[in-house]
Design a protein around this ligand. Structure first.
Ligand SMILES: [Zn+2]
Length: 191
């Protein structure tokens, strides 16, 4: 690389240095990204992080925090054959939020990442969430277990888990979960 004049002091040139780069997240979590190439002025010590190193830092942070990457987010709505808008609606996100994630302006929280991954990996859960109509006011199950995807495909597992319980009572539990709880939770209960 050619010598590049310092933006700050005009006297020095940037030299490549390999550093352990400290990162602090807004949640208070902090760690060090090893072997990040930066440019450091040999006169005033001003430091610049080049674009490829920013990408390296971002990838490292994503890996460490298990944050969903943009690629994962793109694949999610493509895998379920929905456009971005419908996907965001189905999973209960605002359009703006989802677009910010796709652009990398914001990143989903860790727990949101887990939730979306559950939906992406278990199509029957996604189908159920889609049928449920997250954004509808009347989002409880009005038809009962006959039309409940969890009920249909996982009912055996639920029955085994709650062996000896009255089936209507069990259905009541499912409705309760559906109205008040995260779908990932009812799925976790069912498997
Ligand atoms: Zn300088």
């Amino acid at each position: 690389m050619k010598n590049k004049k310092c933006f700050e002091c005009d006297a020095g040139n940037y030299q490549i240095a390999s550093v352990d780069y400290p990162v602090e997240l807004s949640g208070g979590e902090s760690f060090t990204v090893p072997k990040v190439k930066i440019l450091r002025c040999d006169s005033c010590g001003d430091e610049v992080v080049p674009a490829e190193s920013s990408a390296q830092i971002e990838a490292y942070v994503h890996d460490k925090t298990e944050v969903l990457t943009k690629d994962e987010l793109y694949n999610m709505f493509r895998d379920v054959n929905l456009d971005q808008e419908k996907f965001a609606n189905v999973v209960g996100l605002g359009q703006k939020t989802y677009h910010r994630w796709l652009k990398g302006i914001q990143t989903p929280s860790r727990s949101m990442g887990y939730y979306l991954r559950v939906l992406a990996h278990f199509p029957e859960v996604f189908d159920w969430v889609e049928k449920r109509g997250w954004r509808n006011d009347d989002n409880g199950c009005s038809a009962g277990c006959a039309s409940c995807n969890i009920g249909c495909t996982k009912f055996g597992a639920l029955q085994a888990k709650y062996a000896g319980r009255d089936i209507n009572e069990l259905a009541g539990d499912i409705l309760y979960y559906r109205k008040g709880e995260n779908p990932a939770q009812i799925f976790a209960e069912a498997v």
